[in-house]
Design a protein around this ligand. Structure first.
Ligand code: ZN
Length: 231
């Protein structure tokens, strides 16, 4: 689901030819742009053009490293899955809003059509044309909005299901990322702590860490469960 959403987002932003980039980008670590270009079998400039377009929307991030010998920069890219899904979510919301407008339109207004040319026309314009088709001279017929409304409502239902799926995906990805970050922080703390022991001069550079929680948690222990009276 996540990959599918990411692919659709990339296609919306950078076109169909950019779709494959999703499989090469990672959400955990940055990927060398030359590697992406090589695997997509396109030039580095084409690769950058795609990535800049996605970057303009804030859906990829990069770090750059200078080549000391050649003096130029190589960019390393990472996809931002939550932002990409939020982008897709906004696209869905705008489609839903358009669909609602169309439904409202069909519910409240009358449309006519020419049975010969199958041309559709709204009431105002049909009136202007004296209910006569300008192409063939046939009289316009009132259009039954019911089947069109049926299709529109089905489409709206599908979009709403998709919106729910995207919301769930955003939620689970947010939770996943929160869990990924936790153990890493602990590792860093441990490492710094060891360094601190060896070189006490670095004391001032210790990271701001939360104060250790008190071991005593009397509030929880006080909670008593009343024993059931035996009869
Ligand atoms: Zn006609």
């Amino acid at each position: 689901m996540l990959k599918k959403i990411l692919r659709e987002v990339v296609v919306i932003i950078a076109g169909k030819q950019a779709e494959g980039i999703v499989d090469l980008l990672d959400s955990n670590q940055h990927v060398n742009e030359f590697l992406i270009a090589k695997k997509l079998n396109i030039t580095i400039n084409q690769t950058r053009n795609i990535l800049y377009k996605i970057s303009d929307q804030g859906l990829v991030s990069f770090v750059r490293k200078k080549d000391k010998k050649k003096g130029w920069y190589t960019y390393f890219w990472k996809i931002e899955p939550i932002k990409a899904m939020e982008f897709y979510r906004n696209e869905l919301l705008s489609k839903i809003s358009q669909m609602n407008n169309q439904i409202k339109n069909r519910e409240t207004r009358q449309f006519y059509y020419c049975p010969l040319c199958h041309m559709e026309i709204n009431e105002e314009n049909a009136l202007l044309k004296d209910f006569t088709c300008p192409e063939c001279g046939n009289i316009f017929v009132l259009l039954d909005n019911a089947p069109i409304l049926n299709d529109l409502r089905k489409g709206l239902g599908k979009l709403q299901i998709e919106l729910n799926e995207v919301d769930l995906e955003i939620k689970s990805e947010t939770e996943r990322l929160a869990n990924v970050k936790k153990p890493k922080k602990k590792e860093v703390k441990k490492k710094k702590h060891v360094e601190h022991k060896k070189t006490p001069a670095k004391k001032g550079k210790l990271p701001k860490s939360k104060p250790k929680p008190h071991k005593r948690t009397p509030a929880k222990k006080v909670k008593k469960v009343k024993p059931k009276k035996k009869r």
